[in-house]
Design a protein. Structure first.
Length: 262
């Protein structure tokens, strides 16, 4: 979802000749740039005053509604509970804590949580890779038409947005490939991942074993192996080879994906 760029306007109240407070949802921020005095930078990169519910500009609010109340010590999705230079991050066990926030955002590489901006978690991105992904509670929190709120972190304490990429077209950074997968709610999705080293027909345990353009699938005759990804109903596999359907059907972004049935 592409949001319009909002420009912050500073003005003077003509009658009293005093500086006018910023309009609600008009001031953008990052962990690095921060907000005007007495305002807090939310996970949605808007500045919030003391009388505003953090996250209310875009719907990224604490679990339980639009109240500004915050669970101690902080909440990962709403980013309430930490000061302006910090972010709320989850451990693998789901424990929340306030850490100094970094400046990296969706799908940018990271080594630890505090490399990521407030509102983003540093997660595994395949063999030897990690990158930042945004905390979310629903798809509308995620930016990009193909990005879904479909993966759990912190033992299920929160979800994160998947990558805005297409498994057949791409859309990932250097050294990564767009990989088809299945999220916690059973929906197919796509994520930018460092590819594995497995070649066509090599055995695999999971997708991290397979190289770019390959999908780790279980077959009746040959076990779990890396096979070429394709779009069902196209000539991706060549003129004499069909793109075989998966069970259950792999439906993502108005496309059914399969593997080449050699």
């Amino acid at each position: 979802m592409v949001r319009p760029l909002l420009i912050a306007l500073a003005g003077l109240a003509a009658a009293a000749c005093q500086v006018r407070s910023p309009d609600p949802c008009a001031v953008r921020c990052t962990a690095a740039a921060g907000c005007p005095e007495d305002m807090t930078c939310g996970a949605d990169n808007f500045c919030y005053g003391a009388d505003q519910a953090v996250g209310s500009c875009t719907g990224i609010v604490p679990d339980g509604g639009d109240s500004a109340e915050c669970d101690a010590p902080c909440e990962a999705v709403s980013q309430c509970g930490c000061d302006g230079s910090q972010g709320c991050y989850l451990t693998g066990a789901g424990e929340a804590s306030c850490l100094s926030a970094g400046d990296r955002t969706q799908d940018q590489t990271c080594a630890s949580d505090d490399d990521c901006a407030a509102g983003y978690d540093c997660v595994s991105a395949g063999p030897g890779g990690r990158h930042c992904q945004r905390y979310c509670s629903e798809d509308s929190n995620c930016e990009g038409e193909l990005s879904l709120c479909n993966r759990e972190v912190g033992g299920g304490a929160a979800r994160i947005c998947t990558s805005d990429c297409d498994p057949m077209v791409g859309g990932c950074g250097s050294g990564e490939t767009c990989v088809l997968g299945v999220g916690e709610d059973g929906r197919f999705d796509a994520n930018c991942r460092v590819p594995g080293s497995g070649a066509f027909l090599d055995s695999c345990v999971d997708q991290s074993d397979c190289g770019a353009g390959l999908l780790c699938v279980s077959t009746a005759g040959t076990g779990t192996i890396c096979q070429y990804l394709c779009e069902v109903g196209t000539a991706d596999c060549g003129s004499s080879i069909i793109c075989g359907r998966l069970d259950p059907p792999a439906l993502f972004a108005d496309t059914e994906f399969g593997v080449c049935d050699f």
